[in-house]
Design a protein around this ligand. Structure first.
Ligand code: ADP
Length: 305
């Protein structure tokens, strides 16, 4: 299988801010590849480079066999790019937006309608509504439809689910999964760590550097930590209590519980006894299954100290 995206030693700075620092990874044909990282990690900068809107300070980006600097004109016709910010014309209706993007690429909406039909069918109920008056989830569906209108072999989606409600997020991922049968390669970024598991492979990125690249399953399997859940009626006090103990390497909020990274000396009963001496006597501690977020926290732990 050939590589649709090849990023080699790419660096990019904005003045004194090193947004990307020697980034390398590749995406195979037909893959759903996730770029996972917090705000400011460098994801959008990478998308601007891949979509030929920026040039790198050093390194090389090859997309669909073309160089993003030398072959930018040809490449722009081949990619479907959905930028992080709303990319549509808010005063134009749904249909007008779609027709506009089709015209830009010299196609007609009906040429590739089969590709967008499952996505667009939900929008078709109100074709005349201005795009700016759609809900966040609907806007993203329209933006995805517009990015697909010329049937690109590669979709570049920059945080398509940011700020979108949980149901629409899940619908959006279902739509992406539905595109796979067309062989479209998808590079999607997110700061929602739970979305990592929906990708074939991910690159974890922070402070402009790739920390790890692999399948989510292999990455989590390699998380070699003594991990527990801890709950109590007063979670804030519990967090402070656990952080004060020498056998606790790290402790952080994880959904409705705390995740506790224990040192080798960590013994749940002993920890409960110590917490009780601090007046926290209703603690439940039980083993936790690590996920990508735990790995991220582990890999960035030294940065925070
Ligand atoms: P992400 O998409 O992961 O949030 P970005 O690529 O937007 O990350 O940003 C990476 C870093 O570069 C951040 O520190 C951000 O503040 C900075 N940055 C991004 N765009 C610009 C710009 N146009 N001018 C100056 N700094 C920028």
């Amino acid at each position: 299988m050939s590589n649709v995206v090849e990023v080699t030693d790419v660096s990019k700075a904005y003045g004194a801010i090193q947004a990307l620092d020697k980034v390398s990874f590749s995406v195979k044909e037909g893959e759903m590849f996730g770029l996972i990282g917090p705000d400011g990690a460098g994801k959008s900068t990478l998308y601007r480079l891949l979509s030929t809107l920026l040039v790198p300070d050093s390194g090389k980006l090859t997309v669909l066999g073309m160089d993003t600097v030398k072959d930018y004109r040809a490449l722009r016709r081949q990619i479907g790019y959905m930028p992080e910010r709303f990319s549509l014309y808010p005063d134009l209706s749904i249909a007008e937006n779609l027709n506009f993007f089709a015209d830009l690429f010299g196609v007609s909406v009906k040429d590739n309608y089969d590709l967008i039909a499952p996505i667009f069918s939900q929008l078709a109920k109100f074709p005349n509504r201005p795009a700016g008056k759609l809900s966040g989830g609907m806007k993203q569906k329209l933006a995805l439809s517009c990015a697909l209108i010329h049937r690109p072999p590669l979709l570049l989606l920059d945080e398509p689910t940011t700020g979108v409600d949980a149901v629409s997020r899940s619908e959006f991922w279902d739509m992406l999964a539905g595109l796979r049968k067309y062989g479209i390669t998808i590079l999607v970024s997110t700061s929602y760590m739970d979305e990592a598991t929906l990708c074939d492979r991910i690159a974890m990125i922070d402070h402009g550097k790739i920390l790890r690249t692999d399948t989510p399953e292999r990455l989590v399997a390699g998380l070699d930590e003594n991990l527990y859940n801890a709950v109590s009626a007063n979670m804030f006090r519990l967090l402070a209590g656990l952080r004060s103990l020498p056998e606790v390497i790290d402790c952080y909020t994880f959904g409705a519980t705390l995740h506790v990274v224990g040192a080798e000396s960590f013994k749940a009963d002993e920890v409960k006894r110590k917490l009780a001496t601090q007046g926290i006597d209703d603690v439940n501690i039980y083993p936790a299954k690590g996920v990508i977020e735990d790995l991220f926290i582990k890999l960035t732990r030294n940065d925070q100290e």
